[in-house]
Ligand binder design. Sequence first.
Ligand code: TGC
Ligand code: FAD
Length: 405
Amino acid sequence: MKCVRPPEAVASAEELLSIDDMLSPDERMVRDVVRRFVEKEILPLEAEHFDKGTFPLDVGRRLGSELGLFGCTLPEEYGGSGVSHTAYGIANEELEFGGSGWRSLLSVQSGLVMYPIFQYGTEEQKRKWLPGLADGRFLGCFGLTESGSGSDPASMRTRIKKAGSDFIVNGTKAWITNGSVADVAVVWGRDEEGSVQGVLVEKGMKGFTARNEEHKYSLRASVTSYLMLDEVRIPEANVLPGARGLGAALRCLNQARYGISWGAVGSARFCFKEALCYSLSREQFGAPIASFQLQQEKLAWMFSEIFKARLLCLRIGRLKEKFGLHHALVSMAKRNNVAMARECARLAREIHGAYGISGDYPVWRHMADMESVYTYEGTHDIHTLIIGEALTGISAFRGAGDERQ
Ligand code: TGC
Ligand code: FAD
């Protein structure tokens, strides 16, 4: 009953979903290379790491050293390869076909660590960090969220104060991907003038410690940590001069949200493939369950939504390459595609019946992981309000008790 080899039906569905004619040869090449890596190196590892709640960092680093994916849209002099934003998006899609933890690694390293160093850093900071982050020698993390400050990062309590020619950072950060394994953390706090400021905190700096979040039932195969910054002294050379104001942090999020929009399509494709395959193999009432109209409706829904989500990605990719993207469009794509992938994972689970809740069938992992993806990088609700604000000009975020109204 288990689908070891996808039947012809799966291959022809993949063909119908294809956007190959709208991709350049380079973009197709990136797709093929990442797809092979996922099939050979990632898919065989997923079940074990999800079970154990671990992440194979050695394989993760190879996304940089072997595939050149980390920061791949950046110029070559900083370790990138100047590929298109669409190619980067496709890499996200292929990786999340393997599991959300892999795409998370790419999002954080590229969009949340290399991007702010490239965009806001000094030449010295770029030369020091970017090549090593690109080839996976260094790993980075991005510390914005705190225990009491999630959707509303402006309420952060981390503080950065001047001490002679140095700066002292005090605070905590919660739910930080790769926090305990990072060589460098992009940390956001408020300075003495009250402005949000991004700084680089390095592994081993006195007062900087991290512990992993325990009892995670989603994104199990990904490192998520709690950071403690207790009187951490950083030199002025670790302040990112351009990373000033909350907008600077939010611009990094746009990069990661863009990649997630593509990634969600990969997760949905995986679940659709498994569901189609299983429904053709599983027989009840004397026929494959795929022959029942109710199951076909679910498959048809998944197929249509994946197709639309992919076209949406392609459109925002091309817009990003030509003109740059309004952040509300990024929110629209993240919100739409992640909700779509979450529903695909649930439908695929449903089609698997009892086997859908078994660790022996991979749709469960995608369903669990998609809960994190739905929550991080701006929850579904927050993206609804971001789009609402862009359309109406009226911000609906603040509650009655918010003095910043
Ligand atoms: P608000 O007053 O609206 O904005 C402050 C300034 O920023 C500008 N702005 C943006 N700029 C660029 N991109 C965006 N997306 C922007 N959103 C706002 C805005 O124009 C303003 O500029 P200026 O010049 O007027 O100062 O700020 P607010 O405090 O009202 O908050 C707005 C809100 C709620 C949308 C924002 O705080 C938000 O997006 N909240 C969600 C938080 C979030 O997404 N956190 C993610 C943490 S990182 C993460 O989850 C990584 S997961 C990693 C993985 O993949 O494993
Ligand atoms: P809250 O903000 O407390 O929201 C709780 C609920 O209230 C949500 O449903 C939300 O939609 C709703 N809500 C909140 N405000 C409003 C409003 N104004 N209107 C309507 N509804 C509202 N953060 C980082 O900085 N770096 C990372 O690397 C990182 N990695 C993560 C990895 C994982 C696995 C997870 C789960 C989270 C990660 N995060 C990271 C944190 C993530 O960004 C936050 O969880 C997210 O921003 C939501 O914050 P919160 O969990 O505090 O929820």
